[in-house]
Design a protein around this ligand. Structure first.
Ligand SMILES: Cc1cc2nc3c(=O)[nH]c(=O)nc-3n(C[C@H](O)[C@H](O)[C@H](O)COP(=O)(O)OP(=O)(O)OC[C@H]3O[C@@H](n4cnc5c(N)ncnc54)[C@H](O)[C@@H]3O)c2cc1C
Length: 404
């Protein structure tokens, strides 16, 4: 067992260390924001990058948060398709609609996540390749154990950012309350990459969502001129009843899902493995304490349908860096209001999307009508991700009243 003194990681003495668990978008964006606040982030990541990750469609606010980090040119270099918006195809054509995305991107996550990690390191974050295995209170700070190829390392720090994603590192170690199942916890998703999608000029770069029965939908996201990500999401019971393997289930579902999908998918060829994700919808009520902050999927994930996951990760990263900076200027006794503010602002934004989705599945026609006819500007803003510290508009208020 080795005690990691500052010099082992070559850290600057004057800057306070912050341990960041996870090198996904939550961890790397937190690290880049923390560097700006004058901290020394140490990112612990267990996987070598590039590695596959699902979640390729970014919102406008997500891209704005990345641009605020000065990542505009890196995003352009990924040569990802520029996303114009989201097209939603219902089985009834009159419920189908388009919401513009402003300035957004579709990205292959392997390249995007690697770019984010490289940028964080280039700007001064330190990288510890290994798996965080324990986290416990140590006097007024935290003690984190990391298993690396060279053995175990123990780090002491006042501040920890948990960006461990669905692995929920700190919640699973009993540092927060129980995880509550989300509304979409009984869903399963199968996805892969395909070539040969037939796309119109007008929707070539958009995220296409096809929905059928309640909670049954398929995404189609362009990743390049030739490659698309296609994924199916259904209640897990539908899959069990089918008796099919996951490849056959995905391919059969795509082939007969709906007419608008058939028009685009009749000539597709799968070029990647079929992967699955399930049990991803959950939340934990309290997700920061004593200088330990959860960011991104590590505290809540609602559902992927409108592509907000990476946005939550990178915008929460801005708030967490400010919160840690505020804590560092106070005695420990003064931290609670800062923790509360972080949780309040980030939860309120996630609640907007939670309510939007509940309404979408309960009233698909009403949703299309609100988004397209009654409150198009407000819905445009919500779909763009402008959901932080804004008063609910008349459309959201109406939708919430209907659902109450
Ligand atoms: C089916 C599906 C489709 C989706 N589609 C979209 C989409 O189109 N657009 C969108 O924005 N979002 C989408 N998402 C959500 C998106 O993938 C996530 O919200 C996003 O990746 C969250 O980022 P994160 O950094 O919090 O977690 P992650 O990206 O999962 O990163 C967590 C990192 O932490 C590391 N880690 C975990 N535990 C440890 C440990 N103990 N020690 C060291 N390292 C550790 C992991 O290896 C990983 O690299 C989708 C999700 C699903 C399930």
């Amino acid at each position: 067992m080795v005690w990691v003194a500052d010099r082992d990681l070559g850290l600057a003495k004057l800057k306070e260390n912050v341990l960041v668990i996870g090198g996904g978008p939550a961890g790397t964006a937190s690290a880049m924001n923390l560097l700006r606040e004058g901290f020394q982030p140490i990112i612990v990541e267990q996987e070598s990058f590039p590695r596959f990750h699902i979640g390729e469609s970014l919102t406008t606010e997500c891209v704005d948060a990345l641009n605020r980090l000065g990542l505009d040119s890196q995003l352009r270099e990924l040569a990802a398709p520029r996303k114009q918006g989201v097209r939603i195809f219902s089985k009834n054509p009159e419920n189908s609609f388009f919401v513009g995305a402003g300035d957004a991107w579709q990205v292959e996550r392997s390249g995007f996540d690697k770019m984010m990690l490289d940028q964080a390191l280039e700007r001064g974050a330190k990288h510890l390749c290994g798996r965080a295995t324990s986290l416990c209170r140590d006097g007024t700070g935290w003690q984190v154990t990391v298993r690396t190829d060279e053995g175990e390392r123990i780090l002491a720090t006042r501040f920890v950012v948990d960006g461990s994603g669905q692995q929920r590192f700190s919640q699973k170690r009993g540092l927060f309350g129980e995880a509550v199942e989300g509304d979409y916890a009984r869903q399963i998703s199968f996805f892969s990459q395909f070539e040969g999608v037939t796309r119109g000029e007008s929707d070539a770069h958009d995220t296409l969502i096809f929905h059928r029965q309640r909670h049954e939908w398929i995404w189609m996201i362009p990743l390049s001129d030739t490659l698309s990500s296609i994924g199916l999401v259904v209640p897990v019971e539908d899959y069990k009843k089918s008796g099919l393997g996951m490849e056959a289930f995905l391919e059969q579902s795509i082939s007969c899902f709906s007419e608008p999908l058939k028009q685009r998918a009749h000539a597709i060829k799968r070029v990647g493995d079929v992967r699955a994700a399930s049990n991803y919808s959950f939340s934990i009520d309290e997700y920061c304490r004593d200088g330990l902050f959860c960011v991104g999927d590590s505290h809540r994930f609602i559902d992927p349908i409108f592509s907000f996951g990476v946005q939550f990760a990178v915008v929460e990263a801005e708030y967490v860096a400010k919160a840690i900076s505020a804590c560092a200027q106070q005695q420990h006794e003064g931290w609670q209001p800062i923790h509360d503010h972080y949780m309040q602002v980030t939860s309120q934004a996630q609640d907007v999307i939670q309510d939007l989705l509940s309404y979408f599945w309960a009233y698909p026609w009403g949703f299309a009508n609100m988004a397209h006819q009654r409150y198009p500007e407000e819905f445009l803003e919500i779909f763009a991700g402008r959901i932080y510290e804004v008063e609910p508009g008349p459309g959201l208020t109406r939708l919430r009243e209907t659902m109450a």
